[in-house]
Design a protein around this ligand. Structure first.
Ligand SMILES: Cc1cc2nc3c(=O)[nH]c(=O)nc-3n(C[C@H](O)[C@H](O)[C@H](O)COP(=O)(O)O)c2cc1C
Length: 733
């Protein structure tokens, strides 16, 4: 409940103050450079703050006929007002406090910074603007605090707040990590700004200065340079020194320090009056310095980074909020009608996306399905299958919308029996990998009315969609369900690109017809990688077909397609003529890109699944590549032979093994030669190398069976571990 309050407050506070924070942060970024730019001025004298007042007064009295006052600003620039017989050194100007020499005239504040300061303070809206900026500043403080509370919850408690955050490359990771780093400067920025606004509108309590008076006790006249108070005070503490108006004893030195004012007898050097400023005034000076960075380059830089970070938080926060809103649940059937119930445990919406994809596939297959949060679990009168998909947070804890589930599971009476499957999403970087899914599995097996076919839940690392999709397909097959689940998670509509057919080659053998299309990108040129997917929508059709694509050594796009006699898309592509243009989309498929870090890569394909590998074998890489391909006949090999030989010659491909299932040969299927090369497989898995599979699901299942045996025969980890580590990549259909 509390967590919900923090989350909504964090969100709505940001929404209310969005525009003001945006403008204030942008101007703040520039204003942070003002103190830096000041320190780079020629009249900046290093170590000026260490000079004693006695030394400064002595120097000035000797140099000028009369001195009226001296001011020391936040950057320790010293301004003196003097009378002198020499014209050019009369009036007020900057001096070098070491020798009293004039170093620069006083200039008005730069027009640029003047403009920015006014905009930053009031957005040129005068008093209402100042009020809004002040309120936004306070809201920024509340946003920081609610963000802190949310982060503490996410990390699994106050003491774990500072523990390592695992980089799951998500925008949340950047949001939380940066927030943790810059939390304190941002809170200081927000509080000091709020304080200055409160002071401006007289909202601070009125506290009077405390004045204490003393009699001048000594009667002896001593030189200024011997005054104890002048000797013990350096310019570091001084804001202003007013000199006595005349030599009359009733006229005093007034020394304005950061926290008090001293009235000093001009003959004896005794302090005759001390005015202690109230703490509200001292805080005001401190707030000004902290909010503007005055006097410190390092703090100015911290403020600059913090202002930039606020802009980033607004961006990343918007993306996170948008993703959450997009993952809101919509149901076609209600809980009472549903035969299939999908319950989700998700904090940031990733898990919900998978649930929604399954929901849509089931609806397309004509099934009554209901999707909800795990926390809303109740009795479902018509349920047959319950699918629980959940992530894990904190240190093995439930995500926000699932913390009540385990209790509800025990308390809810089940009216009719059903089957339950549990899928866990998590990250292997956490010691308690998918712990919450495991806890659910342990609890559901104890329920009498629930059948749990799997001994263990399916555990998915890094939201690997391919693993999820494969599970769904297997689950659907076990229920005799004809389920279509997209190859890729739905993403935003892709832009269409025009390609031209530059080569087409057909091969017909005794079994089927296969053809290879070479396409050149026309305008707008599109970058693509082998393994990406090409979306083709045949004329008069609405649904897009996706093909894995390769690349030849010239950078042209390669497609390898089997012609189906009634296949609308394969016939459309086969009918394309040379130089004919076609509009397609390219969908990034990062999950099947060539691994950049692996030193050894084994590529396994059957049939037209060789297409993406035709590109990968031409890549410049330090990895050793071994290609295994299974096809039916020697004739079908002719389509790709030239490219494969070229790669072998150029040594971008190290070995190539082909097996023919319909020819006389020692091996029939790719699994057979892989079994022959067991040692290489073991070496690849142990050295962190990658095995990539592309082709038919039946081929994939056969290879997986073999790999499982190889793993257990050689005392390797279970195949699942390598899949989860991303060492086994598949693109199968
Ligand atoms: C702060 C934090 C703590 C996490 N703790 C765990 C954990 O203990 N075990 C685990 O397997 N995954 C953990 N994860 C990973 C998430 O479960 C994983 O990223 C999941 O896919 C997020 O799904 P969602 O977007 O639906 O919330 C953690 C992630 C974060 C950001």
């Amino acid at each position: 409940m509390l967590n919900k309050i923090w989350r909504y407050s964090h969100f709505y506070l940001t929404v209310f103050s969005f525009l003001f924070l945006l403008l204030a942060s942008i101007t703040g970024c520039f204003l942070a450079f003002e103190p830096i730019q000041k320190k780079l001025q020629p009249h900046y004298i290093e170590n000026a703050e260490d000079i004693s007042v006695a030394q400064l007064i002595d120097t000035l009295k000797n140099k000028y006929d009369e001195v009226l006052d001296v001011e020391v600003d936040k950057n320790y620039f010293v301004k003196a007002s003097v009378f002198s017989m020499e014209n050019d050194v009369d009036g007020q100007f900057y001096i070098n406090p070491f020798n009293g020499n004039k170093i620069a005239n006083i200039k008005a504040k730069g027009a640029f910074f003047e403009f920015l300061t006014n905009f930053h303070r009031s957005l040129f809206l005068k008093t209402p603007g100042r009020i809004f900026v002040g309120i936004s500043c306070f809201l920024l403080f509340l946003i920081a605090i609610t963000g802190l509370l949310l982060a503490i919850k996410r990390q699994g408690g106050f003491w774990k707040f500072c523990s390592k955050i695992i980089n799951d490359k998500s925008i949340q990771y950047n949001h939380v990590t940066l927030g943790r780093l810059l939390l304190i400067p941002i809170i200081i920025l927000a509080l000091s700004g709020t304080y200055l606004s409160m002071e401006r509108f007289s909202l601070l309590p009125e506290i009077k200065s405390i004045v204490t008076q003393q009699e001048s006790v000594s009667k002896q006249t001593i030189p200024f340079s011997d005054f104890p108070v002048f000797n013990s005070t350096t310019l570091n503490d001084v804001k202003k020194i007013e000199f006595p108006f005349s030599t009359d004893e009733e006229d005093y030195f007034i020394l304005y320090l950061k926290d008090k004012e001293l009235t000093i007898h001009q003959k004896t050097g005794d302090i005759v009056q001390t005015t202690h400023y109230p703490f509200t005034k001292i805080l005001s000076v401190l707030s000004f310095n902290l909010h503007t960075g005055a006097g410190s380059i390092i703090w100015s830089l911290v403020l600059f980074i913090s202002s930039l970070a606020i802009l980033y938080f607004m961006y990343s926060g918007s993306i996170i909020a948008f993703k959450r809103m997009r993952s809101k649940t919509k149901n076609k059937y209600n809980a009472n009608q549903a035969h299939f119930v999908i319950l989700i445990g998700s904090e940031n919406g990733g898990t919900k996306r998978l649930g929604k994809t399954l929901q849509q596939s089931l609806i397309k297959a004509g099934k009554k399905v209901f999707l909800d949060d795990l926390n809303n679990y109740k009795s479902y009168p018509n349920i047959k299958q319950l699918i629980i998909i959940t992530s894990t947070y904190g240190d093995g804890e439930p995500p926000n919308n699932a913390n009540l589930f385990l209790n509800k599971l025990q308390e809810t009476e089940i009216s009719n029996p059903f089957t339950c499957h549990v899928i866990g999403l998590g990250s292997l970087s956490y010691s308690k990998f998918c712990e919450f899914a495991k806890s659910i599995q342990n609890q559901v097996v104890l329920q009498n009315q629930i059948t749990v076919p799997e001994k263990n839940p399916l555990l998915i690392h890094n939201q690997n969609y391919e693993t999820f999709r494969n599970w769904v397909l297997e689950w659907a097959t076990s229920l005799n369900l004809n389920l279509e689940i997209p190859k890729l998670l739905a993403s935003k509509k892709q832009k269409e690109t025009v390609f031209k057919v530059v080569e087409k080659q057909n091969i017909i053998d005794d079994y089927d017809e296969t053809f290879k299309l070479t396409l050149k990108s026309q305008k707008p040129r599109r970058k693509f990688f082998p393994g990406d997917l090409l979306g083709v929508t045949p004329p008069n059709e609405t649904s897009e077909r996706l093909y894995s694509i390769g690349k030849n050594s010239k950078g042209d796009l390669l497609m390898s397609i089997k012609k189906h006699s009634h296949g609308v898309c394969s016939n459309y592509l086969n009918d394309l003529k040379l130089n004919q243009e076609l509009k397609v989309t390219i969908q990034k498929n990062k999950a099947f890109h060539f691994p950049k870090k692996s030193k050894q890569v084994i590529l396994i394909a059957n049939g037209t699944g060789i297409a993406p590998f035709l590109g990968m074998i031409h890549q410049k890489t330090k990895a050793t590549i071994n290609l295994y391909w299974g096809t039916r006949t020697k004739t079908s090999e002719e389509l790709y032979k030239a490219q494969i030989l070229e790669a072998l010659q150029k040594k971008t491909l190290q070995t190539y093994d082909v097996v023919f299932s319909k020819e006389e040969s020692p091996y029939c299927y790719v699994q057979d030669i892989i079994a022959r090369d067991e040692k290489d497989i073991v070496k690849t898995l142990l050295s962190g190398g990658t095995i990539m599979l592309c082709g038919l699901i039946t081929m994939r299942d056969g290879v997986f069976l073999l790999l499982e045996k190889i793993c257990s025969r050689n005392n390797l980890s279970a195949l699942e571990v390598y899949k989860n580590k991303g060492q086994i990549l598949t693109d199968c259909y």
